[in-house]
Design a protein around this ligand. Structure first.
Ligand code: 13P
Length: 267
């Protein structure tokens, strides 16, 4: 496995993928409460970055709140079109997300790949669309239970990452999220060792495709049944730099507790 300099410090990223939950009014209340509770607890936002991924219809409200109150919370969308504009009914352009000051966009979530038949090629085009508009893509990869049995843990995520980066050449700012499909919403998270093994394989791909420097600064998240009770065990792994949280991200107390993993376990 390629060695990557351990001297680069990657700021952990805790990302809340709300999926199809919380309307724009609920989003305002949620983000306000999250910011207040983290500030009250003395959270150092530069030590652990916090981000939320509401539905599209909430983004303008979240932008208005974050910008008016100067909240140290990043936000982004759960998907993006591979096209810039045109006759694509129901799609949302990266240009529009950039206009709402989104920092990130989730691309290639397994729910998009499986339920909406999104292909590796589309994922790759979406990554390009995001980067062209200065959005940081959070590229999701992960194997199903069948893949795990047939190919082992890292083969499918590695192949998906290679495909997603097919058109990326430069030292781009990207985030990778390893989300085993069997661990999503199942209550059965991967073990920290499993997450680390795949994260290390993904980092080796980054070294090969984008070079040591980019690989060393790219954050790799784990996702799949992350809770306040297991987050610290993932964050102890050297190649795991944060979490993409689903169900637990729409409970403000639980999500704030995940963000504060260093404190409640005394790390
Ligand atoms: P859960 O945290 O609900 O397992 O979902 C993970 C996920 O899909 C985040 O994108």
């Amino acid at each position: 496995m390629a060695a990557v300099s351990s001297s680069v410090r990657r700021t952990p990223l805790i990302a809340g993928n709300w999926k199809m939950n919380l309307d724009h009014l609920q989003a305002i209340a949620f983000v306000q409460k999250l910011a207040w509770s983290l500030k009250d607890a003395g959270h150092d936002f530069s030590a652990v970055e916090v981000s939320v991924f509401p539905p599209y219809t909430d983004l303008r409200s979240v932008q208005t709140l974050v910008s008016a109150d100067k909240l140290p919370i990043a936000y982004g969308a759960q998907d993006v079109s591979e096209h810039a504009s045109g006759a694509f009914t129901g799609e949302i352009s990266a240009l529009f997300l950039a206009a709402l000051e989104c920092r990130y966009v989730i691309i290639g979530h397994s729910e998009r790949r499986i339920l909406h038949h999104e292909t590796d090629e589309q994922v790759s085009l979406k990554v390009v669309a995001a980067l062209e508009n200065n959005l940081t893509p959070i590229i999701c990869v992960g194997e199903t239970a069948d893949d795990l049995e047939t190919h082992g843990a890292s083969a499918v995520p590695v192949a998906q990452l290679r495909a997603a980066l097919a058109e990326v050449r430069s030292a781009a700012d990207i985030v990778v999220a390893y989300e085993p499909v069997w661990a999503i919403g199942s209550g059965q998270a991967a073990t920290p060792e499993q997450a680390e093994q795949v994260a290390a394989a993904l980092r080796a791909v980054l070294v090969e495709l984008l070079g040591e420097d980019v690989a060393a600064k790219t954050r790799i998240l784990y996702g799949g049944s992350v809770k306040s009770g297991n987050i610290a065990s993932f964050m102890r792994e050297p190649n795991v730099d944060g979490a993409l949280v689903g169900g637990a991200s729409i409970d403000v107390t639980e999500f704030a507790s995940i963000v504060r993993y260093q404190k409640h376990v005394g790390l």
